[in-house]
Write a new protein. Structure first.
Length: 124
């Protein structure tokens, strides 16, 4: 397209004189921790919706693939997500030094990966 053709197209689209309004979606101003809490709350609400859906399925669909997927979603344990607090970053998320009595605080390095793998398998 030549410059003259481009200019002619521009003038044709702006011939009526009304300005073109373009709206931008406002930037998400929530913190990562707040977005995490909102996402977990949304997942819990969806899981409740799926429980209701599963409970209201007619008898002829109780053995269907849809029912199996609904059961899989309903059986997911989202309590770990609900209890997880994302790191604050920049050194603000340091915990006090523990004497090692609590095995949950031990940080074996694989627990996050194992939970993620378990959730991924359950969703398949």
């Amino acid at each position: 397209m030549t410059a003259a053709e481009r200019q002619a197209r521009f003038r044709a689209t702006h011939a009526d004189g009304t300005p073109t309004l373009r709206y931008r979606r406002p930037a998400d101003q929530r913190s990562r921790a707040q977005r995490w809490r909102d996402a977990v709350a949304e997942l819990l609400a969806l899981q409740d919706d799926y429980r209701i859906w599963l409970g209201s399925l007619p008898e002829n669909l109780k053995a269907s693939a849809t029912a199996d997927m609904l059961r899989t979603i309903c059986n997911l344990d989202l309590a770990d997500l609900e209890n997880t607090v994302p790191p604050r970053g920049f050194g603000r998320d340091r915990r006090p030094v523990d004497d090692g009595d609590d095995p949950a605080q031990a940080g074996d390095g694989g627990s996050h990966h194992e939970r993620r793998t378990e959730i991924t398998r359950a969703l398949r």
